[in-house]
Design a protein around this ligand. Structure first.
Ligand SMILES: N[C@@H](CCC(=O)N[C@@H](CS)C(=O)NCC(=O)O)C(=O)O
Length: 265
């Protein structure tokens, strides 16, 4: 009898949890209560990723940090700009996620990161819930998606894939990479050698920067094999900051998963 009851309880648990997840925010709004405890999704979130492309790994890092259940589908670039994937992301790029707990399908790494935090990090493990830091973190996330990723990405394109070596293009994007590292370095230094970009803790804004920096320090090197020495010498605060981030277990896990996906471990 007790066993049957337990089995019945176990079978309705996922549905109950899912219902609670959707009802709780509405209840909070009605009662004016701020929810400050994290809810775990009962069903795994599906992450559409790519072995080498850095952008999906930003999302993997956030999922790892929040210890959310997820599955990964490693896509080939050739399958992105056609159905069925275009129904997931009309822009035909990764990352994208499907969250069966809320029924949402989302794309663009910045939007996905904001969604994961607002939905599953109510206690602000990786973010600030109020105050100026909340908005400063958004500045850095937007800087990452519009000012870091695309410039590093263009350098990668002209360095690794473009059929002709065009020095003016290689130089322009190399200069941007150096400038971005300079911006980060100056910011950390100006704020009394602070450890992270915003406030006094690691946030999603720091973590979103991580995968593109892999491409500066690992094969395929987009700035050449020697660039690590230049980074360490010219932008030491940014170097130390990156080392702090790279040592986090969630980052190590994503880096190893990427190496596995690329067949390099
Ligand atoms: N702004 C997008 C960029 C996504 C992006 O460019 N993803 C690359 C992989 S890192 C991609 O899907 N490339 C395939 C293509 O361009 O066809 C984001 O941040 O999600």
């Amino acid at each position: 009898m007790a066993n049957a009851l337990q089995q019945a309880m176990d079978s309705v648990q996922p549905a109950l949890q899912s219902a609670m997840n959707s009802v709780q925010p509405v209840l909070n709004q009605l009662t004016g209560a701020a929810q400050t405890t994290n809810t775990k999704p009962s069903q795994p979130i599906k992450l559409y990723s790519h072995a080498g492309g850095p952008n999906p790994w930003k999302v993997a890092i956030i999922l790892n940090e929040l210890q959310l259940p997820y599955t990964t589908e490693i896509m080939d670039f050739g399958d992105l700009k056609k159905e069925p994937f275009e129904s997931v992301n009309p822009n035909g790029r990764v990352p994208a996620i499907e969250d069966p707990n809320t029924g949402l399908t989302l794309w663009e790494s910045g939007a996905i990161i904001e969604y994961l935090l607002e939905t599953y990090d109510k206690s602000g493990t990786l973010s600030y819930l109020t105050g100026k830091e909340k908005w400063e973190a958004k500045c850095w996330l937007h800087f990452q998606t519009s000012g870091q990723g695309p410039y590093y990405g263009q350098r990668a394109w002209f360095m690794l894939y473009h059929p002709a070596k065009i020095d003016s293009c290689l130089d322009r994007y190399a200069a941007e990479i150096r400038r971005v590292l300079g911006v980060i370095n100056a910011h950390l230094k100006k704020n009394g050698n602070q450890q992270f970009l915003v406030g006094d803790k690691c946030t999603y804004a720091d973590l979103a920067m991580v995968p593109w920096h892999w491409l500066l320090l690992q094969k395929p090197f987009i700035m050449g094999e020697e660039f690590g020495a230049e980074w360490k010498r010219e932008w030491p605060e940014a170097w130390a900051w990156n080392e702090r981030l790279q040592a986090r277990p969630a980052v190590v896990k994503a880096r190893e998963a990427r190496a596995d996906a690329m067949g390099k471990r």
